[in-house]
Design a protein around this ligand. Sequence first.
Ligand code: ADP
Ligand code: GLC
Length: 492
Amino acid sequence: MKILFVASEGLPYSKTGGLGDVVQALPKALVEMGHQVAVLLPRYRGNKITSTLVSSVTVSLGDQIRFPSIAEGVSVAGVRYFFVDDPGYFEREHPYGDKSGDYPDNAERFTEFSRVAIEFAKRVLLPDVIHCHDWQTALVPVLLRTQHANDPAVRSLPVVLTIHNLAYQGIFPQSALRKAGLPANLFSFDALEFYGRINFLKGGLLFADYLSTVGRRYAKEIQTPEYGAGLEGVILQRADRLVGILNGADYSIWNPESDKLIAQNYSSQNLEGKKACKKDLLKTFRLPSDKPKDLERPLIGIVSRFADQKGFDLIAQIASEMMNENLSLVALGNGQPEYENLFKLLAQTYPASAGAKIGYDDALAHKIQAGADIFLMPSRYEPCGLNQMYSLRYGTVPVVRATGGLDDTIQNFDPQTQQGTGFKFEEYDGNALLECLRTTLKMYQSENTWQTIQRNGMAKDFSWKTSAASYVTLYEAAKRSRIPRVAGTSKN
Ligand code: ADP
Ligand code: GLC
């Protein structure tokens, strides 16, 4: 099958979070199954191209006409990469916004990107299916089924839309419709209109042939007001076309046996190297690491976008009780200032046991996965979450809130049966987190028990193979759904 991925970020070219990992790993897994995959991305700063394929596509956006080009990048692992190149829109510091918030022209930027994606399918490479991701590309199905409904080149092209995070919807004032060159009739309840504004994701949810989200539990959660972010009604309306397919982990990148970014490699048979990684990590954060007791003390690691989603307000609730336990904490992340300040303050207040690095640092993320004993993800909600899957592979025991993909992937450890891979708490509450941490620390006291939990986790296989096969089934269903039914073929 020929599959076209259309996404606002994807490694090895761009990444701000898990979407970037998925848009790298899933195409790779599909190619390994024998499919042909092309990935279309915006060309951000530093993305190198090998050739320009279409020098100018005319895109009319309200009062302005823009002329983005379509370029090709270097293929990686058999996956072909293409770019929508419009420096005025995409050659910026960050894909979506800067310190003052989201870029004010995001509606125009991603409308242009979606329009060029359709032109790409028409002029460069006609796929069997288009796979879109999140609100930034949600207009692709909308435009295909409205303005391009009679376009013979693409009218029967199936589209799958994956929701990586329902909370980010691309909501803009009604005036953005005109600025983005979108027809006024899309401002209706059964299209983009959403409480007097426009909502790109809502349009995608209504017009895509099939929808998927990145975990089984999250697929159910988003049908409820608690997790539906105002779109639960739309999701319910399309529930027969929604599936949950868990993300995988790319073990060619996240594997303690071969990871070049960590102090020493190790495996589940021989965990010795993990001690060297812990010492290295403590040193990196300038925490004491010379005495045996420094290495014995359990070390909690955090790598995250600092957003409300991730549940760090729970840590704020219990910070002093937590830091009074015999433990150390290292956190890497950036985002909302209140959480950056929380971790900076912890590092200042507890210089011998807490360290914080504010920023984005891939090498340090690997060091934390390898060097920490416990990986903490107390998320308020989590569509899938990749970090907990990585930490399982690194023998770093996850402590998570039982929500979304965290609940799908982590089994609570049961000392009776010795089964389980981590520790979960249910209620979104600081004390529930504290209690769960205390249980975890108790288990850490017994080296044997701890190693059992570590090995249980390291033995889990969350590779992309199964999930990629589920996506192929979904693409096939989407293709079937576009075959026009022939009228008058039934007997009566
Ligand atoms: P989300 O996509 O919601 O941010 P995921 O757990 O799915 O959460 O994916 C996060 C990805 O981004 C992981 O690969 C993680 O290692 C990486 N990441 C997040 N924050 C940072 C950071 N500050 N530095 C380096 N990597 C980060
Ligand atoms: C989103 C979600 C995260 C998921 C990732 C990749 O950013 O927050 O849970 O793992 O997308 O699908």
